[in-house]
Design a binder for this molecule. Structure first.
Ligand code: SF4
Length: 141
């Protein structure tokens, strides 16, 4: 699946949940709390493929899923730039995490970074529309 399809599908899934929570008059803090990993596994099991195994993407006690993927993630399915003859398809705007190389391409590896999963970060960057927070991510446009 391309980054762009994942991004658009995920935005749609996020919006369906948000529409429901807004209709139920949840406050900003209640919405953020709703996106806590434990609650999401219970209430929105299809939101993330890891939920069905009750598995966290990062081993932290309080994992919040509101800003998955991450506002600092940048991608372009055609390549952001090239480095040593490899096409860089994704990277981190603040140079966290790591990289991994595939067949002629390089991807951003966020597995060691928990930045977007902390509630304080979500509160600071909160917007009811996920796409507004992620506006810089998609360099395909
Ligand atoms: S490395 Fe961390 S801050 Fe950077 S894009 Fe990945 S999750 Fe976001």
């Amino acid at each position: 699946m391309s980054y762009e399809s994942w991004f658009n599908d995920f935005a749609d899934k996020h919006k369906v949940i948000l529409d429901k929570l807004i209709k139920n008059n949840l406050s900003k803090d209640e919405i953020i709390d709703y996106f806590d990993f434990d609650n999401m596994v219970k209430e929105e099991n299809d939101f993330c493929p890891l939920y069905k195994d009750n598995k966290k993407c990062h081993d932290i006690k309080e994992l919040n899923c509101y800003l998955c993927a991450c506002p600092n993630f940048r991608f372009n399915d055609a390549g952001i730039k090239t480095y040593n003859d490899k096409k860089i398809l994704s990277e981190c705007e603040i140079n966290n995490g790591a990289k991994f190389a595939g067949d002629g391409v390089v991807h951003q590896d966020c597995s060691s970074c928990t930045v977007p999963h902390h509630k304080a970060y979500v509160r600071k960057n909160f917007d009811l529309d996920w796409k507004n927070v992620m506006t810089e991510c998609n360099l395909n446009l």
